[in-house]
Design a protein around this ligand. Structure first.
Ligand code: ADP
Ligand code: CIR
Length: 343
C-alpha cells in the first residue's frame, strides 16, 4: 500500500488539485488487468511536482477504474464532463483555413499531429518489452506498405547514429530522449529499444513509434498552408487505420496515455514570429486564451521561446472535433498576426 503523497504548497498540478486522501484511499488495492495501480498512475506527478497535469493511464481500463481521479482532471483540462460525448470529424472540406500569412512574414512552419494507440494492448506506461517490440514491428510493416506521397522508410532509434538523431531533433522531426515526466511514468523503460521514426523523403509525413503514445502521426511543412497540412494528415490517418486497429472509446475518443491528449489526440501548431506581441505577454495571453490556444517554446513542450518565435497550438482536444481543433488554431493565429501588424 502506498502513502498519500506529500505535495508542497507550491504544487500547481491537476494531480495535487484533485487527489484527496479519501480518493487515494478508495483507489488503493485496485489494479487493472495489466497490473496498473493508482501509484503507477500518479508517479510522474509525485516525482515531478512542477507537472501541469501529473497523471498517466496504463490502459483504457485506467480511465474507468481510477475515474474518481481522472474524471475531474479531464473536466478541468478539457471542460468535458462524464455525461458529455465525443465526436470525430476529420473532413478537410469542413475546415475554413485560408493561409493566414500568404506573404510568409510570420509563420515559419505548420505541424499537426495525432496520438494513436493499438486496440486491446496496454498503453506505454504498462506495456511489456515484448508487446512494445511487437508494436514496432507490426506498425513499421504497416507503414512500409504505404504508397505515393506517404511512402517512406522506418528508422529504429537503436540503429541511428548519434549525429543523425541529434540533427532530426534539432530540425523538429524527432522526439527527445530522457524526458523526466515520461521517465517517471514508465514510458522510457528499455530505451531506445522498440522506438523509432518513419518518414517520407520530404519529411512532410512522419510517424513516431513507441514514444508517449504507440503512434504519433505527424504532417508538417514550411509556411502557413494549414489546409494542406491537415489534408495530408487525414489521408495518412485513414490509410494507417485500414492497417492498424486503434484504441477508441465512444466516451473518450482516441485513447492516449496522457489525459490531455484524449479525444482527437490532436495538436495543431504553427511556429510563429511575434516579437512585438511577445513584449506584452498579457495581451498575447488574452488572445490565446480567447481561442483556447497554448503557447510553447520552439523546441517543444517544456522548452523556451527563442528570438520571439513561439509554438502556438490548440489546447482543447476532447469534446471538440479535429476540424474544430484546427479551426481554433487558424482563427487565433489570424488574430495574433493582425495584432502584431497593428503594433
Ligand atoms: P508533441 O507535439 O508531440 O506534443 P512537442 O511539443 O515536444 O510534442 O513537439 C515535438 C516536436 O515538434 C518539437 O521538436 C517541436 O519543436 C516540433 N514542432 C511542434 N510544432 C511545430 C511546428 N509548427 N513547426 C515545426 N516544428 C514543430
Ligand atoms: C505534465 O504534467 O506537465 C506532463 N506530464 C505533461 C502534460 C501534458 N502536457 C500539457 O498539457 N501541456
Amino acid at each position: 500500500m502506498g502513502t498519500f503523497p506529500d505535495f508542497p504548497k507550491s504544487c500547481k498540478s491537476q494531480l495535487c488539485a484533485h487527489l484527496t486522501p479519501e480518493i487515494y484511499q478508495a483507489l488503493q488495492g485496485r489494479s487493472t488487468v495489466n497490473g496498473f495501480t493508482i501509484d503507477d498512475a500518479i508517479r510522474s506527478g509525485v516525482e515531478n511536482i512542477d507537472s501541469g497535469i501529473g497523471v498517466y493511464a496504463g490502459d483504457l481500463e485506467s480511465y474507468t477504474l481510477f475515474a474518481t481521479l481522472f474524471d475531474p482532471i479531464i473536466e478541468s483540462y478539457h471542460g468535458f464532463r462524464q455525461s458529455d460525448t465525443h465526436q470525430s470529424n476529420l473532413n478537410p472540406d469542413d475546415l475554413q483555413a485560408p493561409n493566414p500569412d500568404p506573404e510568409g512574414e510570420y509563420i515559419l512552419s505548420t505541424r499537426i499531429r495525432v496520438g494513436r494507440n493499438v486496440a486491446d494492448l496496454p498503453l506505454g506506461p504498462a506495456i511489456t518489452k515484448a508487446q512494445r517490440n511487437k508494436v514496432e514491428s507490426e506498425v513499421s510493416a504497416a507503414l512500409n506498405s504505404l504508397t505515393g506521397s506517404l511512402s517512406g522508410s522506418y528508422y529504429s532509434l537503436g540503429d541511428m547514429s548519434e549525429e543523425i538523431r541529434k540533427q532530426l531533433i534539432e530540425d523538429h522531426f524527432l522526439f527527445k530522449a530522457g524526458d523526466r515526466f515520461l521517465e517517471s511514468a514508465g514510458l522510457n523503460r528499455d530505451w531506445p529499444e522498440g522506438r523509432g521514426i518513419y518518414h517520407n523523403d520530404e519529411k512532410t509525413f512522419l510517424v513516431w513509434i513507441n514514444e508517449e503514445d504507440q503512434l504519433r502521426i505527424i504532417s508538417m511543412q514550411q509556411g502557413g498552408d494549414i489546409l494542406e497540412v491537415f489534408t495530408r494528415l487525414t489521408t495518412a490517418i485513414s490509410e494507417i487505420e485500414k492497417r492498424v486497429p486503434f484504441s477508441y472509446s465512444e466516451h473518450l475518443g482516441y485513447i492516449t496515455s496522457c489525459p490531455t491528449n484524449l479525444g482527437t489526440a490532436m495538436r495543431a501548431s504553427v511556429h510563429i514570429k511575434l516579437p512585438k506581441l511577445a513584449a506584452d505577454m498579457e495581451a498575447f495571453k488574452a488572445i490565446t486564451d480567447r481561442h483556447h490556444l497554448q503557447i510553447r517554446g520552439i523546441h517543444g513542450e517544456h522548452s523556451e521561446s527563442e528570438g520571439g518565435i513561439y509554438d502556438i497550438s490548440n489546447k482543447r482536444r476532447l469534446g471538440v472535433t479535429e476540424v474544430q481543433c484546427v479551426q481554433d488554431m487558424v482563427d487565433g493565429v489570424a488574430e495574433l498576426i493582425a495584432t502584431e501588424k497593428s503594433l
